[in-house]
Write a new protein. Structure first.
Length: 452
């Protein structure tokens, strides 16, 4: 039996953070490392569908979904039931000790739904761990050492992952020296083109510059892989222009480099396709999954071509909890649920694109609006001409929304992007209600900042 709460909202009964949440934050300060920063200081008690309820009784509409995890809403009954059924059988044995059905069935299912039908998989504890393993597998296959990633990328928080992530603060600062043989390159960030060109007259010169790096000493002939997000997430919800990934795919092919597609945030319906790379005519060599893969159960995966995934020797990969049976059971249900809600991304994209573009016309501080599917964002600047980032304004907008019952996230290389992660199950009236709260917050904070 799956318990339901019938949450409705947004509903604020005491200004957040309320007294109970403040007590929880005090405990956090006393017992939890300072390295963990809390973005929205409400201590949560219940989550259901598109809603969150805190310990003080406030109900929030959730446009964060656990940083892109709960694409099908919080605690969908079918997923909870699937996990409960597995819990009644066994919780853990370790796949390296003995195989079990949920892991095998999930690997088989991934071979069916991935672009190009990537045949073999391994399951780990998180997207971060999956990135680590993808690179290990690529090195075993190519026998090369250099890894190419992007300056505005985010791939996780392990040593290798922060080495592949360009943002110094807060991800890399104080943790060096980092992993060697990593080359960071410019991304197709058209709003802030590092080459000061414009699409389409640029002819995707940013991709050509990656070819130059890859084909110039010391990288020439020694590039193991290129790791890229189809749409950059933490970097600021940045989709590259048409033709970009096709060109990168060709550059990797010409140089014998493995193309690793990081779908941790873009996968499982977020961009309107099962996987973000399917918005381009490209099949990756390896695909990394996480977040929406299991809708909240800790799981990450690497799926790839047979010859690549077969390169590591026996017992060279694994982990005690990787591919936990309960998590895999949840992931199998997650795939079914995602297929059902995928069509709703068209409505979400239509509504969000319309509203965000209206704000761009209305507010000088909304410098850019961009995204794909249900992965839309807005970048805030002081002036359109100067494009001076406004991270303080962006943070104030986030906190304003929080006070009025809406959870949203910020992102971007400069911390000046509001990103929207509504659950794919959301109805239009509730989506509009959340956007109304966000629009009011934008107007109020712009006025306070003297930018109106």
């Amino acid at each position: 039996m799956v318990k339901t709460y019938n949450l409705k909202g947004p509903k604020i009964v005491v200004e957040p953070p309320g007294p109970k949440s403040k007590k929880a934050m005090a405990r956090k300060e006393k017992y939890v490392t300072n390295g963990i920063k809390i973005g929205l200081p409400a201590s949560l008690e219940i989550a259901e569908g598109p809603f969150l309820k805190d310990v003080d009784g406030n109900v929030y509409l959730d446009f964060t979904v656990g940083i892109g995890v709960h694409n099908c809403g919080h605690r969908p009954a079918a997923l909870v039931k699937a996990c409960q059924d597995q819990l009644d059988k066994f919780i853990h044995i370790c796949f390296m000790v003995s195989p079990y059905e949920s892991y095998l069935k999930l690997a088989e299912e991934m071979s069916k739904i991935t672009p190009g039908r990537l045949q073999k998989s391994i399951f780990l504890n998180s997207g971060s761990e999956a990135i680590e393993n993808a690179v290990k597998i690529a090195r075993a296959y190519t026998k090369r050492k250099y890894i190419i990633s992007y300056k505005t990328a985010f791939h996780g928080r392990t040593f290798l992952d922060i080495s592949l992530t360009g943002k110094e603060k807060p991800y890399r600062e104080g943790f060096g020296p980092l992993v060697p043989y990593v080359q960071l390159v410019d991304y197709a960030y058209c709003y802030r083109c590092p080459l000061r060109l414009e699409y389409p007259s640029c002819n995707l010169a940013c991709a050509d510059s990656i070819r130059t790096v890859m084909e110039t000493s010391p990288l020439e002939g020694d590039v193991c892989c290129l790791v890229g997000e189809p749409v950059q997430g933490e970097g600021g919800f940045i989709p590259p222009p048409p033709g970009y990934w096709e060109k990168i795919r060709k550059i990797c092919d010409d140089n014998g480099a493995v193309f690793i597609d990081d779908e941790v945030q873009t996968g499982f319906g977020r961009t309107g396709k099962m996987f973000g790379i399917q918005n381009w005519k490209v099949v990756p060599d390896m695909l990394v999954s996480g977040k929406g893969l299991s809708l909240g159960m800790p799981l990450g995966g690497v799926s790839g071509k047979d010859e690549i995934m077969s390169a590591p020797g026996p017992a060279s990969l694994g982990g005690t909890f990787g591919g936990n049976p309960v998590c895999c059971a949840g992931a199998l249900e997650s795939i079914k649920l995602t297929k059902k809600v995928l069509p709703n991304t068209k409505m979400i994209n239509r509504v969000e694109k319309k509203r965000l573009n209206e704000w761009k016309d209305k507010f000088e501080a909304v410098g850019d609006v961009r995204g794909i599917g249900a992965m839309m964002g807005a970048e805030f600047v002081k002036t359109r001409k100067g494009k001076e980032p406004l991270p303080e304004l962006t943070r104030n907008i986030q906190l304003n929304c929080f006070k009025h019952g809406l959870y949203i996230l910020t992102a971007g290389a400069y911390g000046n992007v509001i990103r929207l992660h509504p659950p794919l199950i959301i109805k239009q009236d509730l989506l509009e209600k959340g956007l109304d709260i966000l629009e009011a917050a934008i107007a109020e904070e712009i006025k306070k900042a003297g930018l109106a």
